[in-house]
Write a protein that binds this ligand. Structure first.
Ligand code: UGB
Length: 590
């Protein structure tokens, strides 16, 4: 720093800020050797990036960190003064009249929607080497999550286009939040697959930056152990999506074109789009500013609980996700001596499980972000070396979650939630086979195995509800996880988006046996007296006339062969499921 001529005026300001914020240690080991000039410049480039990507800049980050670290050291409970209670929300039953009405309302609203996929996480718990969006949702078709999501959005776009004049139709935008860990591979996946049928201009990638690591309780920034000219960084969490959207300028553009709803979703939930139309219908009919999707949750299950928090001052109350590790202590601290326990009547916790699918009303979202610039309540989770909490085992950082958005909203905001059956709405792929096998019995595995089986189960149950005879599932164990194996039924979103579509395209003279697999690809395919015992694949081109499937289809079909997740001779995306599909015999109609 002695040689200030090295620095631009902006860098000098950043240097001064760092010194003012107690970060002198960052420069302690700098040498005067000319060799390091480039590294010093790179250091300031990094500081400039850290400064520009955090709402309020790096100085705010350091100040917020100091406060949160002091609170953590003092053992301060972030929910101090708040009493939890069970909030009221919409509880939907698949396939009843109300559900079907909401689905239709949702499809109509979809023309005003924007989808935002948070996909910056590496998926450390899953341990998969690729990006999670590239994993197959199921291996009968092998379609990956990103393809499934895009096809679902395109199907919604088409279905909702009926409600608007062609010249007024805006294509539904898709924003994908990536990070350094996922950006290049996400872009590659899109480009090498022609955006899975979407126009490239419909898709925007926004990359989140990491935040600086903190070395101690004074929020001194940590240097990279291998490079004294580099600040160590770690991910800040999915909450970054709000500030990224705010600074991108996209929100105002969308508002200008009459958009109304922003739907946030996660990288690996293959069921989600079965829940989207009805929940969007709830947002529209209830006029919710915020609508969180939820499922019944087993007490202590590792997903956050939707909770109403009322402050002792009597003025503040909010409906918010309380993370699972905080819900139990909060309940115990507020007079519920048993903590988070199942209601004996329902067998579930009274606090619905947050599946981190949020629907925000665009107008009020923009107003709020103008106030906060997208900054989201943060937390810090240091692992201390000693009981006096004086030092950390390794550096820590501030984190934030997208579902904490309602925390800053005024009490007048309409915050609600929609509960749907888990079988219909939620089957994420988050855990590696080893950890999944250790999940307590009765709790969901959230693995690649359970994620895939959930698709077949949901599709089978939906067909059953529509009147088909579907054989009972068999139980089997893959990678140490016992699951139900239903017929492997899959369909493309454009075949049926909502339950009404299914009902219109099938009749009750059809049956499907447990060993069967059915793939329906195409719009106007109808199942009219089809009796399937084997594998049937039907591909109908867009615009094809009605293709009616009837009669008996009998063949050896496709079987599931057990494989072990440790068997490196099998591709990772397959072996993490514990089975591979042996394609023995099928009827394929094109
Ligand atoms: N993600 C990012 O885009 N950026 C990041 O920095 C981090 C993540 P995880 P998590 O569904 O059961 C959430 O890691 O955070 C993306 C809720 O907080 O899969 O542990 C990432 O790519 C919790 O309340 O989940 O837990 C992925 O798409 C509960 O709802 C998404 O964020 C839980 O999800 C979620 O990241 C759940």
């Amino acid at each position: 720093l002695k040689n200030l001529s090295l620095l631009s005026p902006q860098q000098i300001e950043l240097a001064k800020m760092l010194l003012k914020e107690g970060q002198k240690h960052l420069f302690d080991d700098w040498s005067d050797a000319d060799l390091d000039v480039e590294k010093k410049k790179a250091f300031f480039d990094q500081v400039a990036l850290l400064d520009s990507s955090y709402p309020g800049g790096l100085a705010s980050y350091i100040e917020n960190a100091r406060q949160l670290l002091a609170d953590s050291k003092a053992g301060k409970n972030p929910y101090d003064g708040f009493t939890p209670s069970v909030p009221a929300g919409e509880v939907l039953t698949f396939g009843d009249e109300n559900f079907m009405k909401l689905e239709e309302a949702g499809v109509k609203e979809a023309r005003n929607a924007i989808f935002v996929l948070v996909a910056g996480g590496l998926g450390e718990r899953l341990g998969y080497k690729g990006i999670k969006l590239a994993l197959p949702v199921e291996t009968t078709t092998g379609k990956c999550f990103l393809q499934h999501y895009i096809e679902s959005i395109l199907a919604l776009q088409e279905a909702s286009s009926k409600f608007v004049q062609a010249e007024l139709l805006n294509k539904i935008p898709l924003v994908i939040m990536t990070s350094d860990d996922t950006h290049a591979r996400t872009a590659e996946l899109l480009e090498s697959n022609s955006y899975f049928g979407m126009e490239s201009s419909q898709v925007k990638l926004l990359k989140q930056e990491k935040v600086a690591c903190l070395a101690d309780n004074d929020a001194r920034l940590a240097l990279d152990p291998n490079d004294k000219y580099k600040i160590q960084t770690k991910p800040h969490g999915h909450g970054d999506v709000h500030s990224l959207l705010y600074t991108s300028g996209l929100l105002e553009q969308w508002k200008g074109t009459g958009r109304k709803w922003v739907l946030f979703f996660q990288d690996t939930n293959g069921l989600l789009f079965k829940a989207i139309p009805a929940s969007l219908g709830v947002s529209a009919t209830k006029g919710y500013n915020v609508n969180s999707l939820a499922v019944p949750r087993k007490a202590k299950e590792a997903i956050g609980g939707i909770t109403k928090l009322t402050h002792a001052d009597g003025r503040r109350s909010m409906v918010i996700n309380v993370e699972y590790n905080q819900l139990d202590p909060l309940l115990r601290a507020t007079g519920h001596s048993d903590g988070d326990v199942n209601d004996p009547e329902t067998g579930f916790s009274p606090y619905p499980g947050n599946i981190n699918q949020l629907i925000l009303e665009l107008g009020s979202y923009i107003e709020e972000l103008k106030k906060t610039q997208g900054a989201i309540a943060e937390f810090v989770n240091p692992k201390y070396t000693d009981s006096a909490k004086t030092a950390f085992k390794s550096s820590t950082r501030l984190e934030c979650m997208m579902q904490d958005y309602p925390k800053t909203l005024p009490p007048s905001a309409k915050v609600g939630f929609t509960v749907m059956d888990t079988w219909l709405a939620y089957a994420p792929v988050k855990n590696n086979p080893e950890d999944a096998a250790k999940v307590p019995k009765g709790n969901p595995y959230h693995s690649a195995t359970s994620g895939e089986m959930a698709i077949y189960r949901a599709n089978s149950l939906i067909l059953r509800k529509a009147g088909l005879t579907i054989s009972e599932p068999l139980k089997d164990v893959f990678n140490g996880q016992e699951v139900e194996v239903w017929p492997r039924v899959t369909w493309s979103p454009k075949w049926a988006l909502i339950f009404k579509d299914v009902r219109e395209k099938v009749n009750n003279k059809c049956s499907i046996t447990q060993k069967s697999a059915l793939v329906v690809n195409g719009q106007k395919v109808s199942l009219d007296g089809l009796n399937l015992d084997g594998t049937l694949i039907i591909n109908a081109a867009d615009g094809a006339e009605v293709v009616k499937l009837s009669g008996v289809v009998l063949n050896k079909g496709w079987s599931l062969e057990h494989v072990d997740y440790k068997d490196n001779s099998i591709p990772e995306k397959i072996r993490i499921r514990g089975f591979k599909i042996e394609k023995v015999e099928q009827l394929e109609i094109n």
